[in-house]
Write a protein that binds this ligand. Structure first.
Ligand SMILES: [Mn+2]
Length: 395
């Protein structure tokens, strides 16, 4: 793709001097917007419009283009795009959006480290949008938190109130608010960051010249989505041979009546599974680390054995696959730890805590990972390597 893989020095979001990270989390996070001027002043937004266009032509990359033809006339195109398309586009009123740029570009993944004060499993992706003057996706709301980071050029952001049930313009391929009353308006310059909680109406329009915005988006699955996933998880884990059993019966006047005792036993039987804390904890970790389908990670072809780990780590650092997702937690009401990787759970003894923390958080992994006498850890590491969730770090 012709994209640089230079390593970045980890950096930290520069909040306005009067606001600490704890203040931000208490007063702004999921509550109200915050404009942060020069919040990522030194980040190297090492991605040109041409490279972004190139990404949007790749088969597995999710991309969209929104063109505005008139006041209420918006067109949506889905990638992958043909390179020839880009030479024939108008001078204004269109924008290109590419999802999951952090999975392909180390600079975008590095940007996520500026937000280390938010759990990493909450993040979805870095979406990069390019806009010519007048280019935008229209006024809209999102259901998740977002940090809008100005990377190049200038973009005008108008924000409105929190909208519960927004009225949308009819018959459009994108969600554009029918009524948008801006309450605030800012012109963002490179390095500026605008935080928006879910539900805040916003409209970002390309100003003079072209511009690029890197949007760090969070994951906020809907409750129906979580219920669907949880019940499927239950179905996969509850033994089939457990069946309904009657409460103590006595003859009843109306044979068709469902007596309270019948409900009690049924509820008790269902609740035993629905309220199982261990199962719910495992499900949540697996659910939170699931990888989007199109970001499938091919397993390693030459599989390895635990006995080969020492050799594999000698003189070679390892990293988490850029597509992979990781999390861990202490097992509730029990001993041991759960490591969650790409929708799977591994149980490890409590004394592996430091190694698990390294696995999930460290930028690069070396042989210190192996300095532990837990055979379980070595077995898990072997599996992680064979799945390609851990891969040799590119120097
Ligand atoms: Mn948005």
């Amino acid at each position: 793709m012709g994209i640089s893989t230079a390593r970045q020095v980890p950096m930290q979001l520069q909040l306005p001097s009067s606001i600490s990270i704890q203040d931000f989390l208490d007063d702004y996070w999921q509550k109200q917007p915050l404009l942060m001027r020069r919040a990522v002043p030194d980040h190297d937004f090492n991605l040109s419009p041409e490279e972004l266009a190139g990404l949007s032509c790749e088969e597995d990359v999710e991309s969209r283009m929104v063109l505005r033809h008139g006041e209420k006339d918006w067109e949506l195109r889905h990638g992958p795009f043909d390179e020839a398309l880009f030479s024939g586009l108008p001078e204004q009123d269109w924008t290109l959006l590419v999802q999951d740029v952090d999975k392909y570009l180390p600079e975008a993944a590095a940007l996520l480290r500026a937000f280390h004060f938010i759990p990493s499993w909450r993040f979805d992706d870095v979406m990069v949008s390019y806009a010519v003057p007048g280019g935008s996706v229209g006024p809209h709301t999102d259901t998740y938190d977002v940090f809008l980071i100005q990377a190049r050029g200038r973009r005008r952001w108008q924000i409105g109130n929190r909208v519960k049930n927004p009225g949308l313009l009819p018959d459009l391929p994108i969600r554009v608010l029918a009524d948008f009353e801006p309450e605030d308006e800012w012109l963002l310059e490179p390095g500026d960051v605008l935080y928006l909680p879910p539900g805040i109406a916003h409209w970002g329009i390309g100003e003079d010249g072209d511009c690029m915005t890197w949007s760090v988006g969070l994951r906020a699955p809907s409750v129906p989505e979580m219920l669907g996933s949880f019940t499927q998880y239950l179905l996969d884990h509850v033994p089939e041979e457990v069946h309904f059993t009657d409460p103590a019966l006595s003859p009843q006047e109306s044979p068709s009546r469902i007596r309270p005792e019948a409900l009690t036993v049924t509820h008790r039987q269902l609740d035993a599974w629905l309220l199982d804390n261990d199962l719910r904890q495992r499900w949540f970790g697996c659910f939170s680390t699931e990888v989007k389908e199109h970001l499938f990670i091919e397993p390693r072809e030459d599989t390895v054995e635990p006995t080969q780990l020492t050799a594999l780590f000698s003189g070679q650092t390892w990293q988490r696959h850029p597509f992979s997702r990781w999390a861990w937690s202490e097992r509730t009401g029990g001993q041991g730890l759960y490591l969650f990787v790409c929708g799977e759970v591994f149980e490890l003894p409590g004394n592996c805590r430091e190694k698990i923390r390294l696995l999930c958080d460290a930028e690069q992994l070396d042989e210190t990972l192996l300095q532990h006498d837990s055979p379980e850890l070595l077995t898990v590491l072997t599996r992680l390597i064979n799945e390609n969730w851990l891969e040799p770090a590119d120097e």
